[in-house]
Design a protein around this ligand. Structure first.
Ligand code: GDP
Ligand code: MG
Length: 163
C-alpha cells in the first residue's frame, strides 16, 4: 500500500532540497532567493525500498510579513488534508523559531500524523536546535541533512511501518 507524505515547515528550512533528493529529479525549485517556488508540488518518491507520493509545500516565500501566517495556515492545512503523514521540518541550525511553533500548533489541531525532522544537522551541526525541537511536543526529532543525505536511514525506519 502506498501513502502520501507532505513536507511542511517555514521557508528556508530545506523542504525542497529533501523533496528533490527523494524524488531524484529536480521537480521542486530550490533557491536562496525568496519568491521562486509556489504552492504545492507533488512527486513520486523513493527511499530504500519504500515508494510513496511526496508533497512539497512552497508558496510561502513570497508572502509579506502580514500575509505569511495566513498563507502558512492555508497551505499547511491543505497539505495535511492531502497527506497520510506530515514531515514537519525545522532548521536545527537556527533552532526553534516562533513560526515553527505556529506550524506545530496547526499540526496538533489537525491531529496530523507527524514526523519531526531537525534538518541541516550534518556533522555535529545543530545540536542545540535538535534538543530545542523536543519542546514542540511532537515527539523525538530525527536528525537529518537533506542536502548531504545524512539521517536518511533513520527516516526510512520511521516510514517503514507506514508503507
Ligand atoms: P525550503 O524553503 O524549505 O524549500 O528550503 P530549500 O530547500 O529551498 O533550502 C533553503 C536553503 O537551505 C538552501 O540554501 C539550501 O541549500 C539550504 N539547505 C537545505 N538543506 C540543507 C541541509 O541539510 N544542510 C545545510 N547546511 N543547508 C541546507
Ligand atoms: Mg521550497
Amino acid at each position: 500500500m502506498s501513502f502520501t507524505l507532505a513536507i511542511v515547515g517555514r521557508p528556508n528550512v530545506g523542504k525542497s532540497t529533501l523533496f528533490n533528493r527523494l524524488v531524484g529529479r529536480r521537480l521542486a525549485l530550490v533557491d536562496d532567493q525568496p519568491g521562486v517556488t509556489r504552492d504545492l508540488r507533488e512527486g513520486d518518491a523513493k527511499l530504500g525500498p519504500i515508494k510513496f507520493t511526496i508533497i512539497d509545500t512552497a508558496g510561502l516565500e513570497e508572502a509579506t510579513d502580514e500575509s505569511l501566517q495566513g498563507r502558512m495556515r492555508m497551505l499547511t492545512e491543505r497539505a495535511v488534508d492531502m497527506a497520510d503523514v506530515c514531515l514537519f521540518m525545522i532548521d536545527a541550525r537556527s533552532g526553534v523559531l516562533p513560526a515553527d511553533r505556529v506550524f506545530a500548533e496547526i499540526l496538533r489541531k489537525k491531529s496530523a500524523r507527524v514526523i519531526l525532522v531537525a534538518n541541516k544537522a550534518e556533522g555535529n551541526a545543530g545540536e542545540t536546535g535538535y534538543y530545542d525541537a523536543f519542546s514542540l511536543g511532537l515527539g523525538e526529532p530525527i536528525r537529518l541533512s537533506g542536502e548531504h543525505g545524512e539521517g536518511m536511514i533513520d527516516l526510512q525506519e520511521v516510514l517503514m511501518p507506514i508503507s
